[in-house]
Design a binder for this molecule. Structure first.
Ligand SMILES: NCc1[nH]cc(CCC(=O)O)c1CC(=O)O
Length: 320
């Protein structure tokens, strides 16, 4: 392609490093690229994400794509709404970073070493529910802001600990701050955590093919497809916080051949999670062929709902 490819990104340090990896892959493939920073309402507001709504970080980038100001948009995949955007396609999902969550605690402590009553900062209902479900007596404190300002709250003694995505810290060169990488058995990550979504206009077939052949990782794409399908199906029927993690596994068949499959685990809170200090979590897992990732996600969501995920407690319970 002879044209210069304009790649749209948020202007945060994290977004710029993420976009840089996509730009590098395109440059290695011999393309000319230009990075265009787009400011989003999510960057300007300090209100809780639950109030300003899903898509605050991603809709402005999608607008720039549709307007033709940029040719490619790079998002943190987990920040994208599950609903498809008319006129835009997901062209590629690059190889995923470590999807797990990480603890950054004072004095190098792990979760198990934090004394009861310790304050743990997070703005995520998913992390909050899973932390409280451990029954360690941790006190979850809502926080927001960029990674640096969150880390400062621990270093200045305002909080005992915070939980952040390992991927964001690694990309910023801050992985040495992590005091424990949380086992997904205790803390299932957000669907698509650690993955990027690379979008282009639906009618821009040249760019779509270029991104597919230079940036996409088929295994990552199948895994996040399963996680996001689970999330989308739960959003329709459940108001609970949701965690999901899919992994590519290689199964040895009876005839000696190796088949690649997707193994998906999901978690959601039962009932009205805020009604008790220690919420009840519903867990389920399943395996399917990579080609059935979407169906795997939908079926696991149905199972979680059957088991009571997100069922609202008592009369007058309302979705939120
Ligand atoms: N919601 C904010 C957000 N979006 C993407 C990341 C980190 C990178 C990733 O998960 O891909 C983060 C910060 C965090 O959750 O700690």
């Amino acid at each position: 392609m002879t044209r210069t490819i304009r790649i749209g990104t948020r202007a945060s340090a994290l977004a710029l490093t993420q976009t840089g990896t996509v730009a590098d892959a395109l440059r290695r493939a011999g393309q000319q690229v230009e990075i265009v920073k787009v400011t989003t309402p999510g960057d300007r507001s300090s209100a809780p994400i639950a109030e300003i709504g899903v898509g605050v970080f991603t809709s402005a980038l999608r607008e720039a794509l549709k307007d033709g100001r940029v040719d490619v948009a790079v998002h943190s995949y987990k920040d994208l709404p599950t609903a498809a955007e008319p006129g835009i396609v997901l062209a590629a999902v690059p190889p995923r970073e470590d999807p797990r969550d990480a603890l950054i605690a004072r004095d190098g402590l792990t979760l198990a070493e934090l004394p009861p009553g310790s304050t743990v900062g997070t703005g995520s209902n998913r992390r909050s529910a899973q932390l409280r479900a451990l029954g360690l007596g941790l006190q979850v404190v809502p926080i927001r802001g960029n990674v640096d300002s969150r880390l400062r709250k621990v270093h200045e003694g305002e909080l005992d600990a915070i939980v952040l995505a390992r991927a964001g810290l690694s990309r910023l060169g801050l992985a040495d701050q992590i005091t424990e990488t949380l086992d997904p058995i205790q803390m299932l990550p957000s669907p698509a955590q650690g993955a990027l979504a690379v979008e282009c206009r639906a009618d821009d077939v040249d760019i779509e093919h270029l991104l597919q052949s230079t940036v996409n990782d088929a295994g990552t794409r199948a895994a996040v497809t399963a996680e996001r399908a689970m999330l989308a199906a739960l959003e329709a029927g459940c108001s609970a916080p949701v965690g999901a993690l899919a992994e590519v596994v290689e199964d040895l068949e009876a005839d000696g051949s190796i088949v690649e499959r997707i193994s998906l685990r999901g978690v959601a809170a039962a009932g009205d999670d805020e009604a008790s200090d220690v919420p009840v979590l519903i867990r389920a897992s399943a395996v399917a062929n990579s080609g059935d990732a979407e169906r795997l996600g939908r079926e696991l969501a149905a199972e979680l709902l059957d088991l009571g995920a997100g069922a609202l407690s008592g009369p007058g319970g309302k979705p939120r």
